[in-house]
Ligand binder design. Structure first.
Ligand code: WT7
Length: 568
């Protein structure tokens, strides 16, 4: 029997108080997520249980019990407080998937500061925008990433501390840099976690916006209530599970379900920083005896491509439950996983702003391959007509996916951007910016995004952010960035570029521009293809007709371009 049991029974008379009771959370009481993920599990007598098994690229391992996590996060929390970090200050985590990243998140939350995780592959410019916007006070990073911070430090007067977790003493520390080593610091046995209340700010995750500016998504400690119960009922985690979430905590999946979910349930989780290959991943599952696996469609498609034979080389019999998130999960992937692993991947749908899973296929519920499943108990979801924003009751009609904004993990606002936050609501509904349809059995089907944002390998990229970075390249006069279909990544970034006089299109220039974007923004935002054009199609008012270029890439009918112009 799964944790959720019968979905139909659970939705009847559902209340989030189910989770609050299990968490012993009293209304208006303290609910510090960091404390829940460490101290509370130890108090339940699980201090000696493994919280984290970390495997490095060479197969080397580090193991941390819940007591280890409790003490190490105390050490980090106390260090931050001693530095003068105040409750509510933003502390950025900018690291590869090393143990300090996971334990650091718990430590920051315990101190009362706000954790701001950023993907370690971000380049200078992407990092600068997000640290500046958040007025971040401290960044915790590794030697290998400190150079990027140094490049932008002079533009960040608020960033008082650059904390390096693997300082080796070889080169002198530079301005504002401090060495902090979990291994060398005396472990702090007792630390009183900041008495965070439900509405205390916990996390600041950045997501791509529909303008050039990334948006900081403000979450609060109350999100634990949703994250705990969705982990229990969707990921079906139990006491004896060995869990693997493949997402990087630079993104929301890696925090909501790569730290908070599993640790608030006291489950053992595994992490590896090893690069992707079917052999690497299967060997990891076999070695660690992974039971529950939370991954993403791009990875699943790559595993499909690697074929069925490689699966047979490994003993994957430990796997009992598979879940996917981040992009549309192809029906073929569901059927294929059933064939090769003997279990289907269960799709789950949510986003940075929702903080927790909104729609999913639950253990025990019939899966319709290609469908995202049904709303989590307590979530009121609908498909709205895009004109009056009223729910469409007729099955099969495409409209806007919408939610009643009343679940604990929902974002509270966009940082410094209340107007954009308010603009996400229509007629009392929260609009995630996606289109979908509902079938006669109440299953939701994803149709596409309702904006220009590109979803490449599960990562959202703003075409505007890439376009403005392109304009900084000396050869680029103007550009338009759109999604291009891709077999594995679903979408990749494609740029149309018109050059300045005196520059000629060439393969070298294409590579040069690609690298420019990779370094400035990130490998994900880097165009996989650049098409040099003499000029870009524009509306009468001079706006670039991105949709026309998009339609061409996807082989869609462009239709009457005068209508396109009028729609601008
Ligand atoms: C956007 C959110 C929290 C998940 C990690 C990404 C798309 C997400 C699915 C799915 C189709 C999906 C949506 C959503 N998306 N899950 N199961 N099927 N599309 O978080 O970066 O905030 O992206 O990813 O477009 O709005 P994110």
């Amino acid at each position: 029997m799964s944790n959720i049991g019968s979905y139909d029974q659970r939705i009847k008379g559902f209340s989030w108080s189910i989770a609050e009771k299990e968490l012993d959370y009293q209304q208006d009481g303290d609910i510090n997520i960091g404390w829940y993920c460490s101290d509370r599990i130890c108090r339940q007598g699980k201090g000696d249980k493994l919280a984290l098994i970390w495997q490095g690229a060479t197969g080397n391992e580090k193991r941390y019990t819940y007591n280890d996590v409790r003490r190490a996060s105390n050490t980090i929390a106390k260090y931050l407080v001693d530095l003068g970090i105040h409750p509510g200050d933003r502390v950025c985590l900018f690291m590869d998937k090393i143990p300090e990243l996971y334990i650091g998140l718990v430590g920051i939350l315990k101190s009362g500061a706000v954790a701001q995780p950023l993907f370690s592959a971000f380049g200078d410019e992407a990092l600068l925008l997000r640290l500046k916007d958040a007025q971040t006070s401290a960044i915790i990073t590794q030697r290998k990433h400190a150079g990027k911070v140094r490049n932008i430090l002079s533009q960040l007067p608020c960033l008082e501390h650059v904390i390096i977790v693997d300082y080796d003493g070889k080169k002198p520390l530079q301005e504002r840099e401090k060495a902090f080593s979990l291994e060398d610091m005396p472990p702090v046995e007792d630390f009183e976690s900041y008495p965070a209340k439900a509405e205390t700010h916990s996390m600041l995750h950045y997501t791509s916006g529909t303008t050039g500016q990334p948006k900081g998504v403000k979450h609060v400690h109350d999100s634990l209530v949703s994250q705990y119960l969705t982990t229990k009922w969707v990921l079906d985690l139990r006491d004896d599970d060995i869990y693997w979430c493949t997402a990087d905590p630079g993104w929301v999946t890696g925090t909501s379900y790569g730290v908070i979910g599993p640790w608030s349930l006291g489950v053992t989780q595994c992490v590896t920083d090893i690069g992707f290959s079917a052999d690497n991943w299967y060997a990891f599952i076999e070695k660690q005896r992974i039971t529950v696996w939370y991954s993403a469609p791009t990875a699943i498609r790559s595993l499909m491509k690697a074929g069925d034979e490689v699966v047979k080389k490994y003993d994957l019999s430990s796997l009992r439950h598979l879940v996917s998130v981040g992009e549309p999960l192809n029906p073929e992937a569901v059927v294929w996983s059933q064939k090769v692993y003997g279990k289907p991947f269960h799709d789950s749908y949510w986003q940075t702003e929702t903080g927790s899973i909104m729609i999913s296929n639950y253990p025990g519920m019939e899966i319709k391959p290609g469908s995202m499943g049904k709303p989590f108990p307590g979530i009121t979801a609908a498909i709205l007509d895009p004109i009056n924003y009223e729910p469409i009751s007729e099955p099969g009609v495409v409209g806007l996916i919408a939610f009643q904004p009343d679940w604990p993990a929902r974002m509270r606002t966009y940082w410094n951007n209340e107007a954009t936050f308010q603009n996400k609501f229509r007629n009392g509904w929260y609009l995630p910016g996606d289109r979908g349809r509902l079938d006669k059995d109440g299953y939701f089907w994803f149709v596409g995004r309702d904006d220009d944002i590109i979803n490449t390998a599960g990562h959202l990229v703003s075409p505007f952010e890439v376009e403005s970075a392109l304009l900084e390249h000396p050869a680029v006069a103007e550009s338009a960035v759109v999604a291009k279909p891709d077999e594995i990544n679903m979408e990749v970034v494609k740029a149309f570029v018109a050059l300045k006089p005196g520059f000629a299109a060439s393969d070298d220039l294409e590579l040069n521009i690609m690298n420019f974007i990779r370094k400035k923004l990130s490998p994900l935002a880097m165009p996989q293809e650049i098409e040099f054009v003499d000029s870009l199609p524009k509306t009468r008012s001079g706006k670039i007709m991105r949709r026309l270029l998009h339609a061409r890439e996807w082989g869609e009918a462009i239709g009457d371009t005068s209508t396109l112009e009028d729609n601008e």
